[in-house]
Design a protein around this ligand. Structure first.
Ligand code: PEP
Ligand code: MG
Length: 653
């Protein structure tokens, strides 16, 4: 027997993919292989057991091998564990529609309790303005229950067969689904590995052999395994519980002879009622047939709200009703600006909505004359109205709405809700497409803005008491050049077209800007050395912390432009969490404190001769636009659905 202690250097730790590959390597040897971390240990040949050990980079572990090939096995495994990039493979291009949207927004409304008795008119969070009235489509995947728990001994063989067939079909379907989503094969392999492990399919088979019904065994084992992942300290590993739930559900549905409800089958215009929708739900949906959206979860700043706004779907989120209320509705009316929802509205309410929707349509049609207008105030000031985008899928909507370029492209969407990080080539292709779509208008691409509140594959975030005051945005990027440099290189490559501008989020200090510039210079030099074409993009910062606003005069010396992120600036100036609807009366961009901060930024920009934009949700608010323009803001960037109205407002100033 041989054993050795080692400090793990694998940058992702033994997460899903590295764990799968490590276990695969371990299986090449006949000796037994055990990993010890603290007081726990696992069979090194089981990817699931390794994942559940939660081994991170820089963890000290002990590796034990026992058998004829123990020496060579130990050497190979040690080499794996000391290689930072072990188990990390470049991702293949992913359809960006599948990426999720980031957290944003600012209109937070107080949810009112449901009307007692028959629920008809309820108020939730106004998340995306607009009116809708129509047939309800209830998207609430039902909790699955087995019809029986135990079987007779003579049924065991049949149940085992049924499980094997359902399991194989589910893995094949998963494979197909991920292929459609453009995910890398090794992700499917990692998931399949979990599913095929002793902990999942092995445990289900064992239970069936001991007299359990196949569906009951599947549901029970899936629940237990998901709970084990949920108990992990690491956010990314915790979110793998969703994968286990997904596989379990697919197998159990087949065993129960049921089909899942799917938004892909939305064949006519409907108001969707759901607990929440994920980015993949959106991606699979017939979005054109979603005329309205009502969810019991989500806030005005959730990614769901952003997605609804960018698709122009009226939405009310965080509705305080039971799912039973959603299930029983056949028709629904909603006012996304007010946050009001009517279940099975009376003929009077329906008629009122029909009139208002017709008026809204004609108002919108009247706005279309502004599509190609370059808005100028009556005293001759030009104001750019640009679009906030999160994926290439939104380009058409932005162009149709007459957006004069992109004022904020949230690149975190390319990183979140997927299982591998996009590599440099994939990013360069996406940024180039974006730049081409709007050329010669500018596209402002924001570098990765994530923190511990959202898991991103390949980045292990520490648990923080206050993730919004924590290791996020540029702070994380400067600490992780392996993540940041490929993005900067991709941006420089896309900048050959001349209209790409780079924007850095969460800047607090001049030194952070200088360090970013130094990294850009290193990337540029390397690209030149490699003979890769690149361009020098303009560099700007988001002004969204009080520190940046208070030192705007110093920061203005370092950058080409400012963009004020009112969503975060408001929450940090007011010390009021932007996601907490109970703080709506404090979370106010029109509070004198926030307006003074914005005024200081505009003055510093004017003195330094650089342009200043606003790209938070307040940029689209009709009552705020005159204020911003009078303070000297020369660009407003917003959801495409608000662009035409903003152009009209500017022209009338
Ligand atoms: C902001 O903070 O105003 C902003 C635009 O960024 P995000 O909403 O993505 O934090
Ligand atoms: Mg922000």
């Amino acid at each position: 027997m041989l054993e050795t202690e080692i400090v793990v250097k694998v940058s992702e730790g033994l997460h899903a993919r590295p764990a799968t590959q490590f276990a695969k390597l371990a299986k090449e040897f006949s000796c037994s292989l055990q990993i010890f971390r603290g007081t726990t240990s696992a069979d090194a040949k089981s990817a699931v057991k390794l994942m559940l050990l939660g081994i991170k980079q820089d963890d000290q572990i002990l590796l034990r091998a026992d058998g004829s090939d123990e020496s060579v096995a130990l050497n190979r495994l040690l080499a794996f564990l000391t290689e930072p990039s072990a188990g990390v493979q470049p991702a293949k291009p992913v359809h960006t529609e599948e990426a999720s949207a980031p957290v944003s927004g600012s209109h937070v409304a107080q949810a009112e309790p449901a009307v007692p008795g028959a629920v008809q008119h309820v108020r939730g969070v106004p998340a995306s303005e607009g009116l809708a009235c129509g047939e309800a489509f209830v998207y609430l995947p039902e909790a699955l229950r087995a019809t029986r728990q135990f079987i007779e001994p003579h049924e065991v063989a049949t149940e085992l067969d049924r499980f094997s067939v359902a399991f194989a079909e589910s893995i094949a379907a998963l494979d197909q689904q991920f292929k459609t989503m453009g995910c890398h094969e090794d992700i499917v392999e990692a998931l399949a590995d979990v599913a095929q492990s002793d902990e999942f399919s092995g445990a289900v088979k064992q239970r069936i052999a001991s007299g359990w019904d196949a569906a009951a065994a599947t549901l029970q084992v899936g629940e237990e395994l998901a709970a084990a992942f949920l108990a992990m300290e690491d956010e990314y590993l915790r979110s793998r519980a969703d994968d286990i739930h997904g596989i379990t559900r697919q197998v159990a549905l087949r065993l129960l002879g049921m089909e899942d409800v799917s938004l892909a089958s939305l064949s006519r215009p409907c108001v969707v009622l759901a607990a929440e929708l994920s980015a993949p739900d959106f991606a699979r949906a017939q979005v054109a047939n979603i005329v309205g959206l009502v969810c019991t979860k989500g806030s005005a700043t959730s990614h769901l709200a952003i997605m609804a706004r960018s698709h122009g779907i009226p939405a009310v989120l965080g509705l305080p009703v039971d799912e039973a209320v959603l299930r029983s509705a056949t028709r629904v009316a909603l006012d996304g600006a007010q946050g009001s929802v009517w279940f099975d509205p009376s003929p009077d309410v329906e008629a009122g909505f029909a009139t208002r929707i017709a008026q809204e349509k004609s108002r919108h049609a009247a706005l279309s004359v502004y599509r190609d207008v370059e808005p100028v105030t009556r005293d001759g000031r030009h104001v750019e109205i640009a679009a906030n985008l999160g994926s290439l899928a939104e380009i058409d909507a932005a162009r149709e709405a007459g957006a004069m370029g992109v004022g904020l492209f949230r690149t975190e969407l390319l990183f979140m809700d997927r299982r591998t990080m996009p590599d440099e080539d994939e990013q360069a292709a996406i940024y180039t497409k974006l730049a081409q779509a709007f050329h010669p208008r500018p596209v402002v691409i924001r570098t990765l803005d994530v923190g511990g509140d959202k898991p991103v594959p390949g980045i292990v975030f520490p648990r923080e008491d206050n993730p919004f005051l924590g290791w996020r945005g540029v702070r994380m990027c400067l600490d992780r050049p392996d993540v940041f440099m490929p993005q900067l290189r991709a941006l420089l490559r896309a900048a050959t077209l001349g209209n790409v501008q780079v924007m850095i989020p969460m800047i607090d200090d001049v030194d952070e800007v200088r360090r970013v510039k130094a990294l850009i210079a290193i990337c540029a030099e390397a690209l030149t050395r490699e003979g890769v074409a690149w361009g020098q993009p303009k560099l700007g910062i988001m002004v969204e912390t009080p520190a940046a606003a208070l030192t705007a005069d110093l920061l203005a010396q370092e950058v080409d432009f400012f963009s004020i992120g009112t969503n975060d600036l408001t929450q940090y100036v007011m010390a009021a969490d932007r996601m907490n609807p109970d703080l709506a009366s404090l979370y106010r961009t029109d509070h004198p404190a926030v307006l003074r901060a914005i005024g200081m930024v505009c003055e510093a920009a004017r003195n330094a001769g650089i342009p200043v934009a606003v790209c938070g949700e307040a940029a689209a608010r009709p009552e705020m636009i005159p204020l911003f323009v009078s303070l000297g803001v020369s660009e407003l960037s917003m959801s495409p659905s608000s662009v035409l109205r903003a152009k009209k407002i500017v022209c009338e100033l």
